[in-house]
Design a protein around this ligand. Structure first.
Ligand code: AMP
Length: 398
């Protein structure tokens, strides 16, 4: 994957109509935005284009309207929030077909520095199939394409890759930052490179583990998926989460790491509970001694120390996934301790995945991380070493 892509600063935008694909897929409750961090994350690119005198046409998807106009998936609340942040009205082109009479008239009337927003691109069934007719309609509105939607960069849709074949295409600041941190960590990391992977399933992260074994100095596994690794070592894991069909694979990955000289750490102790319940009875036990009927729900104190030690002196840290059921206070200590250790490591730190990011944010450590990735699925595919179509379609730097 070539990470050397042209950005908004590498292309002339003054007086030009610029179509910008953003990720405005914000959570809504009764039509009200409950978290607008994705809107905030898009502002630097939009502001830059406004300052440079571009005529800005924003587009995004929101939820899953499944190719039909459904008013509850309208981007109207996003247009209102953008207007507040930009101090200038951002009009919404209210076309159920996204590129309709309103959008065309509004785009034609844009003055330099103006911003408008198209309706939810997923009102069109062609969008997710990357069909040419909708791609052409979108492209016909503009002269330049900017992709700043990292969260959908792993999808080849009309508004992410399609338009890039019709218009000169560059990335916005958000994608540029993702490429710079994650691409840098994979291609040319400051060493030692330590990766910490957690979460529920080995099967979700096999691609990431396999790719990182070739790149890391240390690989740390926590969370529910650690028990499948323990099982491959013949530990008794009680009723802990187990993917029986991945045990062999887990063993192979550990052997592969050993053969490549990669330090591979799994929990040495655990906080186990009797039931999968927030207030279940709990105790701390060593990994090889999980009693029958008990399940591992968090890493234990010795493991917290082991992992924190492994993070000391790291040059780069990649962290994705919680160390336990971190949504529950009783089983959040492991994830919290990793968040602290990453923050204190002084390393270039890249955090992804909903639960890890939530822990970092809750502890007020967001500013101490070098980069918090904005795309769940896209981040994982990036870490797997896959080419993301939404990035691959952009123009390379000479
Ligand atoms: P993921 O989406 O793969 O990052 O996984 C996150 C989920 O894994 C969270 O909902 C956690 O509650 C869950 N999880 C983490 N550790 C465990 C564990 N030991 N047992 C069961 N679920 C876990």
């Amino acid at each position: 994957m070539n990470y050397n892509k042209k950005s908004v600063e590498d292309i002339e935008v003054a007086g030009k109509k610029v179509l910008v694909r953003c990720d405005f897929n914000v959570p809504l409750k009764d039509g009200v935005i409950t978290n607008d961090k994705r809107i905030v994350a898009a502002l630097p690119t939009i502001k830059y284009l406004m300052e440079k005198g571009a005529k800005v046409i924003l587009c995004s998807h929101l939820g899953r309207p499944k190719g039909e106009y459904k008013p509850e998936f309208s981007l109207a609340p996003v247009a209102a929030r953008l207007s507040e942040y930009l101090g200038k009205e951002v009009k919404l082109a209210q076309d159920p077909e996204v590129v309709g009479e309103n959008a065309r008239a509004m785009a034609a009337a844009l003055e330099n520095g103006d911003v408008m927003l198209l309706e939810n691109v997923r009102y069109r069934k062609e969008e997710t199939k990357n069909e040419e007719n909708f791609t052409k309609e979108l492209a016909s509105l503009a002269e330049v394409f900017v992709n700043d939607a990292f969260g959908t960069a792993h999808r080849a849709h009309c508004s992410t890759t399609g338009v890039a074949s019709y218009l000169p295409a560059v990335c916005g600041y958000l994608i540029e930052k993702e490429i710079s941190f994650m691409g840098g960590a994979l291609a040319n990391p400051k060493r030692p490179l330590v990766a910490i992977l957690g979460g529920a399933k080995v099967s979700d992260k096999i691609g990431v583990i396999t790719n990182l074994i070739d790149k890391c100095d240390t690989l740390i596994i926590g969370g529910g998926m650690a028990y499948t690794f323990m099982k491959s070592l013949d530990y008794s894991i009680g009723t802990s989460l187990l993917e029986a069909d991945q045990v062999e694979n887990a063993g192979k990955m550990m052997a592969d790491a050993k053969a490549k000289g990669v330090k591979f750490l799994i929990p040495v102790d655990n906080k186990v509970g009797l039931e999968f319940d927030e207030n279940t009875e709990s105790q701390i036990v060593e990994s090889c001694k999980i009693p029958d009927g008990w399940m591992g729900l968090d890493i234990g104190p010795k493991t917290q120390e082991l992992f924190a030690d492994a993070l000391k002196g790291a040059g780069t840290v990649i962290w994705n996934g919680p160390m336990g059921v971190s949504e529950w206070d009783n089983f959040a200590a492991g994830t919290i301790s990793v968040a602290k250790a990453v923050a204190e490591s002084g390393a270039i730190s890249i955090v992804g995945g909903g639960d890890s990011v939530a822990a970092v944010t809750k502890l007020g450590y967001s500013d101490r991380m070098s980069h918090i990735s904005t795309g769940g699925g896209a981040s994982l595919e990036f870490l797997e070493g896959k080419e993301l179509p939404g990035i691959a379609a952009l123009m390379d730097k000479e």
